[in-house]
Write a protein that binds this ligand. Structure first.
Ligand SMILES: NC(=O)c1ccc[n+]([C@@H]2O[C@H](COP(=O)([O-])OP(=O)(O)OC[C@H]3O[C@@H](n4cnc5c(N)ncnc54)[C@H](O)[C@@H]3O)[C@@H](O)[C@H]2O)c1
Length: 338
């Protein structure tokens, strides 16, 4: 499929568009000639950052508003061909300390968005960014889409509801929608100020500040990672294909790595970039241990077979690009007093 033809002159709305994945997706869509509108609330604790779109700022429209505002969303959804629905409260710990906000953003607002589509734009195509977190602690590896759902935190439950509202509206009302269950995604534009979005973010910051990375537990936990460009390609493929309607697809990588080995790779890359750095193993903080899922990596063969998606950027290359980006741009992502 020629992706570029699918989005040329199409009107595309991206919720969470100033965030990590949304801004990278916006860049790809602008390059393909789409008319792109971004919605983002820029709540400081979340991942939105206007610098993420600094290079494409004059090529798209930005609307700073909250997806919990049903009137604003109904207005913004009118006349759009595609919705990439990426806005979310992404912190697992925050979902435990403030479960209601997680419910409002990740579930209730999603239902309101779908209702607005049903009422005024049923022809729209929607791709929803879901998460592997809703599988919980795996019964078997790699985890495929048939694996039982057993969320270990409030975020997993609300993302599951958000995902299934999309599938329900596809199945009952014919509003074309699908969901991708993302695994750990990393790359330029991710939140690195703290560990709210991903532990990889704070690892990058610590390395660049010359401080040791902290690896929890024995560091043998296995994970798979996707470089953001690969994730963006999956979103674009799912948006462009009607074969995806009503489907759930895992993303993932066949390059599975332990967290200690990952830290070692990042320290090595830090040395190559003349950043330096090291790592240390520390005991799991209890609030993190309680929601840790142990080893995880996914079986992503369904999306490979049905949509032809495969990750292309290997971990070393992706991490190198990411660290070089933050080495050059860290002043836009954190300052020394926060
Ligand atoms: N990055 C990953 O590893 C990963 C893994 C699994 C799932 N996901 C999902 O992918 C999506 C995008 O994630 P990301 O990594 O780009 O995170 P991100 O935090 O960078 O992006 C989410 C964006 O949504 C915005 N947002 C949050 N609440 C909002 C609201 N109420 N109204 C409007 N905007 C709001 C934030 O400001 C942020 O810019 C999320 O839905 C997340 O759950 C990401």
């Amino acid at each position: 499929m020629m992706l570029s033809e699918s989005y040329l002159k199409k009107r595309v709305l991206i919720t969470g568009g100033l965030g990590f994945i949304g801004s990278n997706l916006a860049r790809a869509l602008v390059a393909q000639g789409a008319e792109v509108t971004l919605v983002d609330s820029l709540i400081p604790q979340y991942g939105g950052n206007p610098f993420n779109i600094d290079d494409i700022r004059d090529k798209l429209t930005v609307n700073v508003c909250d997806v919990r505002d049903p009137f604003a969303m109904a207005y913004l959804l009118q006349g759009k061909d595609f919705l990439f629905n990426l806005a979310g409260q992404t912190s697992h710990l925050d979902s435990m300390s403030d479960p209601q906000t997680d419910l409002d953003i990740n579930a209730a607002a999603q239902l309101a968005i779908l209702e607005a589509c049903r009422k005024s734009n049923p022809g729209i195509k929607i791709v929803f960014a879901s998460t592997r977190q809703l599988y919980g602690k795996p019964d078997y590896l790699p985890v495929d889409e048939k694996h039982p759902i057993r969320p270990v935190d409030v975020n997993g439950i609300n993302k599951l509801a958000g995902e299934w509202y999309h599938l329900l509206y596809n199945n009952v009302y014919g509003i074309r929608a699908c969901a991708l269950r993302l695994t750990n995604t990393y790359g330029p534009g991710m939140r690195v100020k703290d560990a709210r979005q991903t532990f990889l973010g704070i690892w990058v910051r610590l390395l660049i500040e010359g401080k040791p990375i902290r690896v929890f537990g024995d560091g043998l936990q296995l994970r798979d990672f996707n470089y953001v460009d690969d994730c963006v390609e999956a979103l674009l493929l799912a948006g462009a294909s009607d074969d995806a309607n009503g489907k759930i697809y895992n993303l993932g990588s066949s390059e599975v790595v332990g967290l200690k080995a990952l830290a070692e790779m990042m320290v090595e890359l830090g040395n190559e970039l003349k950043i330096g750095g090291g790592y240390e193993l520390i005991p799991f903080p209890p609030e993190r241990k309680a929601i840790d899922i142990g080893d995880y990596y996914s079986d992503f063969s369904l999306i490979t077979h049905e949509l032809g998606w495969q990750p292309k950027i290997d971990l070393r290359e992706g991490l190198q690009r990411t660290m070089a980006y933050y080495q050059a741009n860290h002043m836009h992502y954190w300052n020394n007093d926060q």
